[in-house]
Design a protein around this ligand. Structure first.
Ligand code: GLU
Length: 324
């Protein structure tokens, strides 16, 4: 029987993720893997994983939740956190906070807006954020700092960059080079484009599984605290603002659709993962490598829809009846 509950117990959550993963095994409508990064084109589309890490209580997981995948743009949430810790509100002089309504790697809008990216989650914005992290250190040191941050958040020292994916992106990231060069020309990058992109490609190529990623994202559900180890990652105010950006800008030009259908802050990546935050409750990751035409995972998005339908989780208040 299907469990639909307002404050689900661990057992009920387990039932929900088992149901979702079980149903998706047979699903044939999976979209297509990202093939503009050659290494990602090799990933088996017939995988699905899901993990929920509540801020109080034990995690649940289902399917391929222990298989690592390329976190890609989900890394942008974590580098934004690091950059805010370094430069605070000064960051907003160099990057905006509005949805772009354009594809994640769009060049045209950047030219109209004089090299100031719309938000930190489109590629141009994340490249500026990488430039901030690069200040006063080498690209290698900046990459180690980001990986170290992910390890501490996930409580797992095995988290690392998939170097094949990073190389694959560096070989084919022509649009990202174009974005970087344009912003450098407009005075919005302080470092050499090659160095900034080395940081950016490596952060995108970090490989994590659903459990690690949900654990890492937990501070955003818990007002900036990384629960299990009781350390403050970021202030409650900044955690709230990152959540706001995830809700409005986390799914590229389908951000409105995710807010409409799911109603929680989320960030997707072209590796097929989505990190969702239920403030005060839990961090959730769903992953399936097949993407829709906007670059968001088809089944991971559906998994979130199903999860919020059955739990009532939403930042827009309780759910009195069925969503329509
Ligand atoms: N590394 C990817 C790129 O720059 C990230 C895209 C994404 O996950 O949205 O194209």
């Amino acid at each position: 029987m299907e469990v639909t509950v307002a404050s689900p117990t661990q057992q009920e959550l387990q039932q929900i993720v088992d149901d979702i993963a079980g149903r998706f095994v047979l699903e044939t409508e999976r979209g297509a893997v990202a093939d503009y990064i050659p290494e990602l084109a090799k990933v088996d589309i017939n995988q699905f994983g899901m993990a929920i890490v509540p801020i109080h209580g034990d995690p649940v997981q289902a399917g391929d939740a222990n298989t690592r995948f390329s976190i890609q743009s989900i890394s942008k949430v974590f580098t934004l956190t690091l950059a805010l810790k370094k430069v605070g509100v000064n960051l907003w002089r160099r990057v905006g906070r509005e949805p772009s309504g354009n594809p994640f790697n769009s060049i045209v809008q950047l030219e109209y807006e004089h090299g100031v990216p719309r938000n930190p989650f489109i590629n141009a914005g994340a490249i500026v954020v990488a430039d901030v992290i690069l200040a006063r250190q080498t690209a290698g040191e900046a990459i180690s700092e980001i990986v170290g941050f992910m390890r501490s958040l996930a409580h797992d020292d095995t988290v690392d960059v998939d170097v094949e994916v990073a190389r694959s992106e560096a070989r084919t990231g022509f649009r990202n080079f174009a974005l970087g060069n344009f912003m450098r020309a407009e005075g919005n990058l302080d470092h050499a484009v090659e160095e900034v992109l080395e940081v950016y490609f490596n952060q995108c190529a970090i490989a994590m599984d659903c459990c690690q990623l949900a654990r890492a994202g937990c501070y955003l559900a818990d007002a900036g605290n990384n629960g299990a180890h009781e350390h403050s990652v970021i202030t409650p105010a900044r955690s709230r603002r990152i959540n706001a950006l995830m809700l409005t800008c986390g799914h590229y030009d389908a951000s409105g659709e995710f807010a409409f259908r799911v109603g929680i802050p989320g960030k997707s990546g072209v590796g097929g993962g989505i990190l969702g935050i239920v403030p005060g409750v839990a961090a959730v990751t769903a992953w399936c490598p097949g993407l829709d035409d906007k670059g968001n995972s088809v089944l991971a998005s559906r998994a979130f829809e199903e999860l919020v339908r059955r739990t009532g989780w939403s930042v827009f208040g309780p759910l009195p009846g069925a969503l329509d």
